[in-house]
Write a protein that binds this ligand. Structure first.
Ligand code: TXA
Ligand code: MG
Length: 416
């Protein structure tokens, strides 16, 4: 790419994985790689130069700590012992007589959810084997064992824990395909391993079991209800804002939020109307669209607008946002995995076209919505809409919590 040499490898072979592992051990530019949640921007977590390369490529503030990815529990144990000590120092003693440095509270979670989309906070020993840039000065570090076979192989071949944030540019939606990584990182990194689309689609759940009661810091691929079912975790609390604190008030002013997961277009999130038989965007909501598209009285006043619409419920074509505003004009036009339908946007009389609707449905259950969410925001954003409407999903203690958490951060406005 320009003077850069970009390697994008589909279904990387063992030779390519070895090349990437060599690169990670010796170079200071991160490598894009798939995990089951989202793509990561990986670097050798034990070398400062390499970890600094992540912050540079992502343009990420240095005070935001990184997750350390391990391929097995012995690699994790090595990170829990001071770097000067021998492999088996004093630790708690397990029934079979072996010392173990992994805190007991995490054992049920590790056996149930690893490898998988769960990140646990652990005490960072002093001196730490990790580069100080990984933890951003905190006394703890986050660790997870990804389930993606490609990610596991890469870590194992590198022989080092890999620090990796999500592989998007800071503030952008996370990347769930190799081409999404390329879109944000072109000219900033030299290698992306292409493992196709990510299965889970939202990031890992981050938990802290070192405090009492234990807390979930970020909802993600492992649900709160599944964590609560583990021994020692029945009293787990949410340390993130969810529907009870957010979204019930008047629409938030654009720019007042912490910018995260955001496409370039403004995002309006609908949290509303989930009762049985409801679920349609109301007349009042349609008025908002009219305001935003500009009420038109004559063809001469016509202001063409493009509106993105992410549907998350199982509505047929033309249902949902309707009330005469939309008339389907085009057959489905499949692009990549996403099926974007183009429709005319009409004025309130239904007679004058004032623009285009880009209508994208990402499924009707929480899992498929999670999987398609970031790709949908990115796909619509590429078509440069004036704004993107997103239909929220009911916020339960399952993966829907992760979806709504991301959407509330991406949205400039929440309507409920
Ligand atoms: O699924 C994932 O977790 C993806 C893939 C690549 O593994 N990674 C990811 O990384 O989402 P990132 O950097 O985008 O988000 C890491 C989150 C941040 O919210 C960060 O603040 C939190 O984990 N985190 C990391 N270390 C922490 C620590 N020591 N204490 C508190 N929060 C921590
Ligand atoms: Mg991220």
């Amino acid at each position: 790419v320009g003077s850069w040499e970009m390697t994008t490898q589909a279904n990387p072979s063992m030779a390519v994985l070895k090349e990437a592992a060599d690169y990670l051990r010796t170079r200071d530019t991160p490598v894009g790689f798939p995990t089951e949640t989202v793509y990561g921007l990986g670097a050798d977590a034990t070398r400062s130069g390499s970890v600094k390369g992540i912050y540079a490529a992502k343009r990420r503030p240095q005070d935001n700590p990184l997750i350390v990815h391990v391929s097995d529990l012995d690699m994790l144990r090595d990170l829990l012992r001071p770097s000067s000590s021998s492999p088996a120092p004093n630790g708690t003693t397990t029934p079979n007589g072996h010392s173990d440095v992994i805190p007991e509270i995490y054992k049920p979670l590790i056996s149930r959810f690893w490898p998988g989309p769960l990140t646990i906070l652990l005490p960072n020993p002093s001196p730490s084997p990790l580069a100080p840039e990984v933890t951003a000065g905190l006394p703890t570090f986050g660790a997870r064992m990804p389930s993606s076979p490609l990610a596991l192989s890469l870590i194992k071949l590198t022989g080092r824990p890999l620090a990796a944030p999500s592989a998007n540019a800071s503030t952008r939606p996370s990347a769930t395909t190799a081409s999404d990584v390329l879109e944000d990182m072109e000219g900033r990194i030299e290698m992306i391993l292409d493992g196709g689309s990510c299965q889970v689609g939202v990031e890992s759940t981050v938990v802290d079991g070192l405090c009492d009661p234990p807390v979930v810091l970020r909802p993600g691929g492992v649900s709160l209800e599944d964590i609560r079912a583990c021994a020692g975790w029945d009293g787990v609390e949410k340390a993130y804002k969810d529907h009870s604190e957010q979204g019930k008030s008047a629409p938030r002013a654009p720019g007042m939020k912490y910018k995260h997961y955001s496409p370039r277009a403004r995002v309006v999130l609908y949290e509303a109307t989930y009762g049985a038989g409801q679920g349609r965007i109301s007349e009042e909501d349609v008025d908002v669209i009219r305001d935003m598209t500009g009420q038109v009285d004559s063809v001469s006043e016509k202001r063409t607008k493009t509106i993105g619409l992410v549907r998350t419920r199982h509505w047929g074509q033309g249902a949902g946002l309707k009330c005469g505003e939309f008339r389907s004009i085009a057959a489905s036009e499949a692009e990549a995995d996403l099926d974007v339908h183009e429709a005319d946007l009409y004025d309130s009389q239904g007679s004058v076209s004032v623009g285009t609707v880009l209508d994208l449905s990402i499924g009707h259950d929480a899992r498929s919505v999670a999987q398609g969410l970031f790709a949908a925001l990115r796909e619509l954003d590429r078509r440069k809409p004036d704004l993107i409407f997103v239909e929220g999903i009911p916020d339960k203690d399952d993966i829907a919590a992760a979806v709504m958490n991301r959407l509330r951060k991406a949205a400039s406005e929440i309507r409920s």
